[in-house]
Ligand binder design. Structure first.
Ligand code: ARG
Length: 457
């Protein structure tokens, strides 16, 4: 394509290091779409004749059909998807193919193709995250009143409902989706027509190509258009954050499936066995979701470091933008699908959750709160009195709610007889009915709100 000023071809290793076709062939649909929009505009503007524009458009459709049927051939000599398609187009329609590249460069072409690809990727991720939210909400609804220990420092803290716990992840995913939406809105400007870096002398119509490709408008500055990979970084940042949330949920599944917890049983479909220990049911999918978050974050770091020292405008380093985005996307899509499958089918063990919640003096705060509410004791003092009650229960090896009223009143006479009922796990969660709290009625309201939001988008 550029052999005019060269006497010799490239060294084999030069060819190999230079080629992006092994990975950027994944852009073929976007490349064809971009070229079709470009050539239609060239025809409409009279930059190429309407007949030539029609022949090129028809040829591009034929190339697309070949790619769809046979895949994209990986000819390193053709370097990238853009040259591969142009060369294949020439095989289909002859020399007129050479008019397609008028008033554009691979620099604006690749920036356009890649934006189109990332836009599709965002739409696919959004659909996946929505399915995950739907699964979380369904399980939360069924377990709005299922009690379990809530932890801080991984120490039993206060009882919560399983529904409330699951909806915490719904909220994280809601923010993830909004980050992807933001990224999509910023991405949706069309670089086509920036040409190599400075714009072009041909009378192109950038608004027409932008509209044909579903962009909101053309980009404003030709130098920025071919230098910018913020859209890819925005995608990777949103992906890294989403994967981090998936990883935390995965970690809880690993923990909950372990014998000391036993809060869930992984269904067969989502477990693996051990080749040596017949009793094992390993949570490999959850562990891999946790692991993939590390790799996705690595992809973000890779592209940030690729970009950080580049002067304007295009440098070949930027060809390295695609592998981390493709890798992160594949890992994220798989992680979301696996997490959705696990959430849909996890076998929760409410009896184990309740037993764990009964064990940890977990309603101690309720005793202190009651002293404040019923006897007007300042909270700090109530905290101290409750500490003595916990110490006593620990000595006697019983639950707080098993201490006799006499024993409690020996610690402080202001403890009243209603206290035992207040110390039950169910009373404790029902009492936490403040806005955003764990009480079953609040969880049911949150489920209804989430369902309405999912219905709307
Ligand atoms: N294969 C290149 C890439 O992916 C296309 C752009 C090449 N532009 C250039 N001036 N060599 O970035």
């Amino acid at each position: 394509m550029w052999g005019g000023r060269f006497a010799e071809g490239p060294a084999a290793v030069m060819r190999e290091i230079n080629a992006s076709i092994p990975f950027d062939k994944r852009l073929w649909r976007q490349d064809i779409a971009g070229s079709k929009a470009h050539v239609a505009m060239l025809g409409a503007q009279g930059i190429v004749s309407p007949e030539d524009a029609a022949r090129i458009a028809d040829g591009l459709d034929r190339v697309a059909a070949v790619y769809a049927a046979e895949g994209v051939p990986e000819d390193l000599a053709l370097e990238d998807i853009h040259m591969a398609t142009e060369s294949r187009l020439a095989e289909e329609i002859g020399a007129v193919a050479g008019r397609l590249h008028t008033a554009r460069s691979r620099n604006d072409q690749v920036a356009t193709d890649f934006r189109l690809w990332v836009r599709d990727a965002i739409d696919a991720v959004d659909a996946g995250l929505k399915a995950l939210q739907t699964a979380l909400v369904a399980r939360a609804d069924a377990h709005a009143a299922t009690v379990m220990p809530g932890y801080t420092h991984l120490q039993a803290a206060q009882p919560v409902t399983l529904g409330h716990h699951l909806l915490a992840y719904y909220e994280m995913v809601r923010r993830d989706r909004s980050r992807f939406r933001d990224a999509r809105a910023r991405l949706n400007e069309c670089p086509l027509g920036a040409a190599a870096l400075a714009g072009t002398g041909f009378p192109i119509d950038r608004r027409a190509t932008a509209a044909a490709l579903g962009f909101d408008r053309p980009t404003a500055n030709s130098l920025d258009s071919v230098s910018d990979r913020d859209f890819a970084l925005d995608y990777l940042m949103a992906a890294a954050q989403a994967s981090l949330h998936l990883s935390r949920l995965a970690e809880e599944i690993v923990l909950w499936a372990s014998q000391p917890f036993g809060f869930v049983r992984l269904p067969d479909q989502w477990s693996t066995g051990s080749s040596i220990m017949p009793q094992k049911r390993n949570p490999d999918a959850a562990e891999l979701v946790r692991g993939h978050a590390g790799r996705i974050t690595g992809c973000l770091t890779a592209l940030m470091i690729t970009m950080k020292g580049l002067p304007l405008a295009y440098s070949k380093d930027m060809q390295d933008d695609k592998p981390p985005v493709f890798e992160a996307h594949d890992l994220l899509a798989l992680s979301i699908a696996a997490m959705t499958g696990m959430i849909e089918t996890l076998d929760f063990r409410p009896e184990r959750m309740r037993a764990a919640a009964e064990a940890g003096f977990i309603t101690a705060t309720d005793l202190a709160d009651r002293l404040v509410r019923v006897a007007g004791v300042p909270f700090r003092e109530a905290h101290h009195i409750t500490g003595a009650a916990v110490k006593l229960a620990e000595q006697q090896g019983c639950a707080l709610s098993d201490l006799s009223l006499e024993a409690l009143q020996a610690i402080d006479p202001r403890i009243d007889e209603g206290v035992q009922a207040a110390l039950s796990i169910d009373a404790s969660v029902a009492a936490r009915a403040s806005e955003g709290g764990t009480a079953p009625e609040r969880v049911r309201e949150a489920v209804a709100r989430a369902r309405a939001a999912l219905e709307a988008g």
